[in-house]
Design a protein around this ligand. Sequence first.
Ligand SMILES: C[S@@+](CC[C@H](N)C(=O)[O-])C[C@H]1O[C@@H](n2cnc3c(N)ncnc32)[C@H](O)[C@@H]1O
Length: 242
Amino acid sequence: MSKFNISPFVKWAGGKRQLLEEINKRMPKNYNRYFEPFVGGGAVLFDLQPEDAIINDINKALINAYRQIKQSPIELIKAIDELDCNIPDDGKTYYYDIREKYNDKLMQEDFDVELAAMFIFINKHCFNGLYRVNGKGLFNVPYNNSRQASYNIENIMNTSKYLKTITILDGDFEYACKGAKEGDYVFLDSPYAPLNDTTFESYTKEGFNKDSHIRLSQLFKDLTVNGCRCMLTNHNTEFINE
Ligand SMILES: C[S@@+](CC[C@H](N)C(=O)[O-])C[C@H]1O[C@@H](n2cnc3c(N)ncnc32)[C@H](O)[C@@H]1O
């Protein structure tokens, strides 16, 4: 099947666009299903575009955006257009109003088209395209002063077409890999361990801490024993090598 022309629809911390060449060199040539339990912005997924794939991320707002793009691209585009078209010359107050509304819906776990539109809007209009939440899970990145469009219509429509056959999960990485079998390929791009922090505090709200890395290394071993092909990225630290 020929590939769609797709770029990640959000900028994402730890995105792997710059490393695609290195990742592609090292990945297996043949495999059955593709598993990506830490999909983030999907740089690797959208580059490979495997037909039979299971993707996952613990960030439910992100996964809601994938699901809305898959199921309701036209409604989503309309909702983003409404947000984009109404930005005044000085968009600061407007951005903070949308951020507040977004956080209210997020706290109510109201995962719908409107939340996905706001998620994509704030990703394009927040400083550095960084998705960061505080201890309560509220998105808190400031405005980047831009009035650029939040999306590209062809990109959203192609992403929607591609995602039609893809299974999209929103849980923990271990759960997302439950169905992986012999011959499947699992690409594991977790949050990285800090380079020089011996105390090893967790650094995401969900807490990807030392125990999570140990759990991940056990999963890697189990999947490999079961005949899956696995690739894992991380910092080159003593703890990770161990
Ligand atoms: C390094 S980023 C992945 C970047 C992605 N490869 C890309 O190109 O955009 C790591 C991702 O893991 C997710 N994550 C953190 N803890 C997780 C967990 N316990 N289970 C599943 N996903 C998790 C984060 O939300 C984040 O999107």
